[in-house]
Design a protein around this ligand. Sequence first.
Ligand code: SAH
Length: 218
Amino acid sequence: MRSNTETYLHKGMRKKMVDGIREKGITDESVLEAISQVPRHYFLDSAFEKHAYEERAFLIGEDQTISHPYTVAYQTQLLQIKPFDKVLEVGTGSAYQACVLAELKAKVFTIERQKKLFDANKSFEFLQNYPTIRRFYGDGFEGLPTYAPFDKIIITAAAPFIPEKLIKQLKSGGIMVIPVNEGDAQRMMRITKRADGTFDEEKFDEFSFVPMLIGKKD
Ligand code: SAH
């Protein structure tokens, strides 16, 4: 069960969480503001409620996790979201990252490969606050060709490689932020697509994500 009440205690813990993210090096105030607007405890089982604002990942079912708050902030900052950007997210999970993107006024198209996690969000009332989020059950390796091209693409699972099909669904000048396997961890990468279809690659810090897996799961 997810909790759906907010107290001043939650607000206080969230403010501290945002201060922590800022101290760790996130400088984009619009990203910090978006994170301070989303009650992270709504996205977790109420058993974790007291810990929801700690700098850690949590299980959200089906062996999947909601990312660390710092990781969400880091990926979001690299994406350089502008209002009305069309953003594809691979790995909806709890939908927390999707809500942070929607707070930045992005139009979010988010894909989840696990039916149980996809279905769990159907009854998640808080998502009604974000009519600009569209959720899809499918394989993120395929992207969403019908809705392409996208201004931005964010992968929130450990990618074994940079999926060619997703690069194709990026607008010219568009940005993809993707953690790519490198040994036991993932290197955060930012891919910027050039007009001729080739791309620039920038490498950032290492993170640890659950794997991006091929195909859907019932
Ligand atoms: N963004 C999420 C965190 C997700 S954890 C949040 O804010 O809570 C990674 C998620 O990616 C998991 O739910 C996992 O099932 C999903 N996933 C892994 N491979 C995928 C794929 N190929 N397509 C879509 N989703 C995928």
